[in-house]
Write a protein that binds this ligand. Structure first.
Ligand code: URA
Length: 222
């Protein structure tokens, strides 16, 4: 891909200023100054722009450790700040979308990708990608509830797919589902006459937040 097109796609520099930027100042590509808009770049080349190192990546996937009260939408809404704020230090922030939103009061694992097919495969129930949640409840958890959650519950006339439910303590469980219906975990607990007091997503497929501090993110390779 040409460097001008790549920089334009990133959205860091306005499209119409890129040629001028390259001509006037140039950009460091693998520590060499380039001025030609037609310069070809390849995956893992290193661009230095405005003092920031940008590893060239044609598709980007990241794991983000979302704190509560950040909203899983691309713009701030009311008092809630968009998760995109946490990606300010990511050169690809503009290109990323979420595979499976979290409510504002739910925290931990957000998977973001620039690749629509990857996102589709993670969220589509037929692909059976596991999403594992740690849930605390206001009411005591009974064996009957665990059984029901594992079989199916009715959510507004639609039944849930089989899930894995494991009681951890009187008021906490691990719930693993392959779907991502609106407020699914909270509604599943409500359907068995309980209520979520605290919710976090610990895992999507093989990915966890190991080594990622709250509010931080890291690149992953698929
Ligand atoms: N289920 C919910 O109810 N909320 C979330 O944020 C995620 C799953």
């Amino acid at each position: 891909m040409r460097i001008d097109k790549y920089l334009a796609n990133l959205g860091i520099v306005p499209r119409r200023q890129i040629k001028k930027l390259l001509k006037t100042w140039g950009v460091l590509l693998n520590n060499e100054l380039v001025n030609s808009a037609q310069t070809k770049i390849k995956e893992w080349d290193m661009i230095l722009l405005h003092g920031d190192e940008i590893p060239v990546k044609f598709t980007v996937h990241i794991l983000l450790h979302k704190p509560t009260w950040y909203i899983s939408s691309n713009l701030d809404e009311g008092e809630y700040t968009s998760y995109k704020d946490l990606l300010d230090n990511c050169p690809y922030g503009e290109l990323l979308e979420i595979a499976g939103r979290l409510d504002v009061d739910t925290e931990w694992l957000l998977f973001c990708s620039s690749d629509g097919k990857v996102i589709h495969d993670i969220i589509h129930p037929h692909k059976k990608v596991e999403k594992e949640y740690y849930v605390e409840t206001t009411g005591a958890i009974t064996e009957t509830m665990i059984k029901k959650l594992e079989e199916w519950v009715d959510l507004n006339g639609k039944t849930t797919l089989p899930a894995k439910a494991k009681k951890l303590t009187e008021h906490s469980l691990q719930l693993t589902i392959v779907e991502g219906k609106y407020h699914q975990v909270k509604r599943m607990l409500a359907a068995v006459n309980n209520k979520v007091a605290y919710l976090r997503r610990d895992r999507i497929d093989e990915w966890t937040l190991e080594g990622i501090e709250k509010g931080e993110w890291k690149y992953i390779e698929l």
